[in-house]
Each structure stands twice: as C-alpha cells, then as structure tokens.
Design a protein around this ligand. Sequence first.
Ligand code: GLN
Length: 481
Amino acid sequence: MDVARLTIDQIREDLARRRYSAVELVEEALRFAEAENPRTNAYLHLCPERALAAAARVDERLERGEDPGPLAGVPVAVKDVILTKGVRTTCGSRLLAQYIPPYDATAVARLEAAGAAILGKTNCDEFAMGSSNENSAFGPVRNPVDPERVPGGSSGGSAAAVAQGTAVAALGSDTGGSIRQPASFCGVVGVTPTYGRVSRYGLTAFASSLDHIGPLARNVRDAARLLQAIAGRDPMDATSAFAPVPDYLAAMDGNVRGIRIGLPREYYRDLASETGTLVERGVRLLERLGCRLEEISLPTTDYAIACYYIICTAEASSNLARYDGVRYTWRAPQAETLAEMYRETRGQGFGAECKRRIMLGTYVLSAGYYDAYYLKAQKVRRLIARDFEEAFRRVDAIVTPVSPFPAFKLGEKIDDPLEMYLSDIFTITGDLAGIPCMSVPCGRTAQGLPVGMQILARHFDEPCMFRIAEAFERAGGFGGN
Ligand code: GLN
C-alpha cells in the first residue's frame, strides 16, 4: 500500500476486501512518519502504542463481522494543542514540554470511536500563535513542497503531515486562519467549521471566543468525513451547538448550478499577481459549473486585523495566566519567593510571541484602555459579522483568496510581527463572524508553490460549502484548471 496516496474511501474498500489489515496500514504510516520527520519536523512525537491498539480494535471488529466505524484504520495526526490522554501535549511550548494530559479532547475521543488511529502529535506555533510555525519551542516545520519555506501556521505540522503523506488526515485548530492558511501553503484541504459545531473540550485555550477545531485532509470528502465524526453537541463545552449534524457526504452531489457566489471586492484588490490569477481562474471554473457570480462589498474588512489582534490578545492574556509554575509541570528552578517563581517561570517558559500577546492583551484590558480598545474592538467585531449577514442575504457563499501570497521563506517575516499579522487579512474575518470557511487548493505558482481558494458560507451551512468545494475538486480545480 502507498500511505501517501490513500484516501478514506480507498481504505474502507481495502479493509473490507482484506487487502491489508488496519494494523499493517498503521505500522506502515508510523514507519513512514518516522522516516520523513527529519525533513519537515512535522511531528513532535508519535504515539505508536495508542495507534496500534486502535488499529487492533478495528481488525478485531472486522474479524467478528462488525462495523469497524466510518474512519476505521485511518491514520490521523493531531495538532499538539489538542489533549490526548496519556500522550504528551506540549502546545509547542517549553512550559508544557513534559505535560501529560489526564483526559482526551472530545474531538480525539470521537475520532477514535469512529475507528481512526492517532499516529502522533504535530508541531505548531506556541499556543497556536503565529502564521509560519516558526514560534514553536521545538523548532520550525519545513514545507514538504519546498523545505526552504514555511508550511504556514499555526497548524503547520498538521498541514505538512498531510501534504507529505504520512497522515491521511489531521486535526488542526483555527483562531484566525491557522487551519486554512497552512492548508493553502501546503496544498491540502483545510476546514474551519462554524463556531460551536465542534466541541472545544480539550483544546488548549488561546482566544476562546475564536478557537475552533477542524480537519485537514487531501480531498474534500475526507475532510467532510472527519468533520462528520467530530461535530455535534458536547455537554463538556457550553458553547458547542445543539443544532443537528447534517449528512455532509450526501450534500456533495456535484451540482452547484444556480448557487450564488459573492466576490468581495475588498479581498481582490492589491493581490500578489500569481495568487490573484489562480484564485480568479478558480472562480471562473465555478462559473462554468453553473454558479452565479456577484460582486459584493464587505466594507469593514479594513478593520479586521486591528480588531482581531485586540480581541485575541485580550483573551490570550487571560487564558495564559494559568501557566504559573504551580500547575502544569514546568517551574523555573532558581526562584526563591512566590513572585520570583511566577516571574521566572513565565519569563523563561514563554517564547517572544506569547509574551508580546500577553503584554498587548493586558494593556487593552486595563482600566482606562478597556473602553478605547477592547470594547471598541467588540463593537467592530459585531459590524464585521453584520457585513457577512448582509452579504448572505444576496449570496449563498463567498469565495476569496486564503492568503495574499504563497508560502514564504523561513526567517523572511519573523522579525516583523506586523508584517506577519498582515498575512492573516483574508482568514480572520471568518473567525470573527463565526461562520464556516475552508481552503481548497486551486493550483500552483510558476515556482510550484500551492495556492488556496477560500469558500465561506452561512452559519452551519457546511453542506453548501462542501458541495461547492467538492464540485470544484471533481472538475479538476485543485490543479488550477
Ligand atoms: N496567525 C494568527 C495568529 O497568530 C492565527 C492563529 C490561529 O488561528 N491560531 O493569531
């Protein structure tokens, strides 16, 4: 078998025909991941015992003639901000380098209940803060397409694992684009579901009102299958939605005739030419498939970066307060007083980006500045959401670029945080509005770098989003036709 080429549909068929066992498949994926990792640093650690135990359970069920589950035997990688019971979960941080969680995230438990095998934990920016994966305490991830370039962030390890073929699919997390942007940079599919669609229980909090768990995969069907398994109400997360989970695969009938697609003019100005050309070509393919295109305006787009970086830093400064040296493993050894212990633990434990956000967030929340920054940003967030509500009265979906440019070189933007923040311009609006959005590959630049196209839909209308994405893929759009 060739793990790098398998899809979930293929694995289902192969297991049913006994072409290989789930244990053989997972052994092969583990071997492959081990061999490839020195090139990309996509995995922080593998968990072979757990993966093989899951695979053995699948084989036993098959042996007994029972249904092994919709994701039976599928090798899945999980971003290391998502808790795995008994398996180290570092969040890309020195502070949690030895942290072993006592419970599983709901999304992880649901994947395993569906038959998936968790191969290991993927590298990411520290506490999911970043757009290039260079903020990990355990070294950057390299893009499998071009090792001189970043894979995007913060779910760069998950995107790289899927792109290099060691995992058939992966879980990432997205607060401001961290699933879609790396998916776009690495040439895979990445889905950020509606806020509340997937439980955040066991996802380490960065900015709770923006955090999402979502799948990365090689094709749209596989991504939909993962979402199907992890979506739905969870009593452990009060923000998880009660809305029933529709059948995503049934929605993908290839028919997009008459679907109205909005093209926000604010997203198409100032685009790097090659990215613009590829996305526009993708849009024209959708038109040929029968979609009706309409230019729309999302006038508050210009305020999105400022709004996002106020809200996310405010929430981060509060969420990261728990890493105090008393709880969660690591503590600075030299401290003598309590205050010194806090100071040293946090001072040595956090990387530069986390510290920058803690300081910014504390500032925007402090008495005297709260109204001017945090409260104002919340109002702007409401306006951004309203822009989308207005647009979705006229159109069924919105199509935009994912990132203004393709994967950049390692080191190119790391010393200029503002420049790095600007790369999130097209992805953070979807998170601020809480709507579902995804990245699908739409071709490559002359240098061979993948470019992604973003599809956004109404709250809980993942079926419409998947229908468009899958029709696009079926028509050859991934290759840029
Ligand atoms: N790049 C954005 C940030 O650094 C998004 C991160 C994310 O989605 N987790 O905040």
